[in-house]
Structure formats: structure tokens, C-alpha cells
Design a protein around this ligand. Sequence first.
Ligand SMILES: [Zn+2]
Length: 258
Amino acid sequence: MTIQLQILIFAFLFGAAMGSFANVLIHRLPMGASIVSPGSQCPSCGTGIRWFDNIPILSYFILGGRCRVCRSTISPRYPIVEALSGFLTAAVVFRVGIQPATAALVLFTWALVVITFIDLDHRIIPDVISLPGTALGLAFSFAPGFPRPVDSALGVAVGAGFLFFVLYAYEKIMGEEGMGLGDVKLLAMIGAFLGWQALPITVMVSSLTGSLVGVGYALVKGESVRKFPVPFGPFLALGALVHLFFGVEVLQWYLGRL
Ligand SMILES: [Zn+2]
């Protein structure tokens, strides 16, 4: 096995283990519960989960998707979040290699996973992630391998400013809220980590995929698109990941078509 492959497998396993913690954050942050104690519990019966039943991804399948004690079904979302965190961690390592920026970008992708699933469940993007995330992205920009501090700061200002303007205009024209301030703060965090250069692709991909899903949902359900039940945060996260992993390629493809 080549050393690169070993590193990628290690990155996946490490990311999957952090995905277990992401599951705890997704479950407990919106409730305002402590994220460190008690340890992982079955959401149904509250029994503490022992270490050998808490192996990322695998335990779900070994237990047949049920709690060992109360036999209630465990949401497949748990192994999905773990696999996604593992995959994104390996993808970051594959994309940028091992350098100072790697740790920051891995943290960034984990934050996007947690935000995505909390937003899907509760339609909120917790400030407790997006605000320190923005500060962290700005701080990291002084380290080598990142967007320059000025690009990072512009990313925050332009990202938040742009979405805030869209939010304001939408409310004025439609007379109702389209997005929340949580989305504004999320785009600020994305701008902080990836620099203002990431904003065009992030906004394009998120509004395109968001509209497609919204229209698709409306068609299937036979409801008005304006009753859009899907939160926007997951699409912003997707747009940021597309820029992170395919940024230059997407831009070249797009410009090549003009
Ligand atoms: Zn249980």
C-alpha cells in the first residue's frame, strides 16, 4: 500500500471518529445541552453507549441499526454523518496535502457538516459555530497556505453584505422572510476561510441547487415554491465545498463557455 493511500485511509478514519462527535453536536447544540457529558447516549432509552458499540460507521451495521438495550431503531443519519465527515477529511487531505492549512480546512468542513444537519432539523444555523468559525477563518489567514488576510476579511464583508442585501430586498419585495440571518453569518464564515474569491461559485452553486430542489419539491408536493420548506444553509455549505474541491476547474469550465 502506498504511503499516500495509508494517509488517506487514516484521514478517513480520523474524520469518521470526529463525525461521531459531530453527531453529538448536531443532537445536543440546539437543545443547549452539554456537549461533553454525559457521553454518547441512546436517544430513545438514554442508556450510555459503550465504546465497543460506538465505533464510527461499523457499529451501526453490527447492531443492525438498533440500540443494544431497548432495540429502538437508530437513525441511519448517524453512520451517514460519520461517513461524510470521514470522506470530507480524506478529500481535504487529497486536495491540499499535509500543510498548515489542512487542519483548518478539515475543521471548516466538519463545521459545515454540523451546520447542515442542524439547519435541516431546526432551520437554524447556530451562532456558536458560525461566529467563532468566522473569527477562526480570519485568524488562520495569517498562516501560510491560506487566502491573504485582506482576502479573508473581504470575504467576510462581501459575503455578509451581499446576503444581507438579498435578504433585505427579498423581504421588501415579497413581504416575507426568505433566508435568515444565520445564512448571512454562514456565508461570512465561508468567506473568512476561503477568501472573497470563493463567493461567486458558492453563491452560484447554492442558489442553483437550492432553486432546483425548491422547484422540484413544489412540483412533487403540488405546493407553491414560496412555501419553500428546505433551509438554505445546506446549499451554501455545498457551494463552499464545490469551490474548495473544484474551484479552479469550475471557473475554467464556466469561463470557457462564455
Ligand atoms: Zn436505547
